[in-house]
Design a protein around this ligand. Structure first.
Ligand SMILES: Cc1cc2nc3c(=O)[nH]c(=O)nc-3n(C[C@H](O)[C@H](O)[C@H](O)COP(=O)(O)O)c2cc1C
Length: 194
């Protein structure tokens, strides 16, 4: 099978990572693949904040748990946010699966393609990681908490601009689990008009 298509089809979300850090050259290749993503009007306004400092990651993890645990679930709430709140209230919530690297992807708050450009960039990074045998998982919690003052203040100390919004995140690390089988797609339907 064509290498790129094979990479797309074999990429899986990894949620168990080894403690060891990924090699800098792999990280650079993954970030560069992200930066090569297309962007609306060639805007190139994504901002990647790469966190590898263990104590910063732990502080962020505790802060995320603290802020989610203050929230209440309600009927019709998006199931993953609900799960994050419930897990945080129990304690020990690890939103980035203790990955040694967490990439926060932000973009201009008032830019209409902020989310879509960020998604292209994130997918490029996930595919590059797959090709390098590095585990990756999209991490959305910081996007959900983007309006939270404590989280924003913390991320602004790390370099998030006041005019930027978090659009997504990516956990990266060496996989601590066996490669999973490609997940069968039953959705994402196609209508052909020939
Ligand atoms: C927009 C988006 C947000 C996601 N957020 C999370 C997340 O916060 N945590 C997580 O563990 N997985 C997250 N995922 C991963 C999905 O759960 C995963 O892609 C899906 O279940 C399909 O599995 P696969 O990636 O192994 O093919 C997210 C994926 C996308 C595209």
């Amino acid at each position: 099978m064509n290498e790129v298509i094979n990479c797309i089809k074999t990429r899986r979300s990894c949620r168990r990572f080894k403690e060891e850090q990924i090699p800098d050259q792999d990280l650079e290749a993954i970030l560069e693949a992200g930066r090569y993503a297309p962007s609306g009007g060639n805007n190139q306004s994504c901002h990647l904040i790469v966190i590898q400092n263990k104590s910063v990651l732990l502080e962020l993890r505790n802060l995320v748990e603290q802020e989610f645990s203050k929230m209440e679930v309600y009927e019709g709430m998006y199931k993953s946010i609900k799960a994050s709140i419930q897990a945080s209230k129990k304690g020990g919530y690890d939103f980035y699966y203790s990955a040694p690297t967490l990439v926060v992807v932000a973009n201009q708050k008032d830019y209409g393609n902020a989310l879509t450009d960020s998604a292209c960039l994130l997918e490029n990074m996930m595919l590059a990681a797959t090709s390098l045998n590095i585990g990756s998982c999209w991490i959305n919690q910081l996007r959900w908490l983007d309006g939270n003052e404590e989280i924003r203040a913390f991320l602004e100390k790390l370099g998030l601009g006041g005019d930027e919004a978090v659009c997504g995140g990516l956990a990266l690390g060496r996989k601590a689990v066996k490669d999973q089988e490609p997940l069968k797609r039953v959705g994402n339907q196609i209508t052909y008009i020939k």
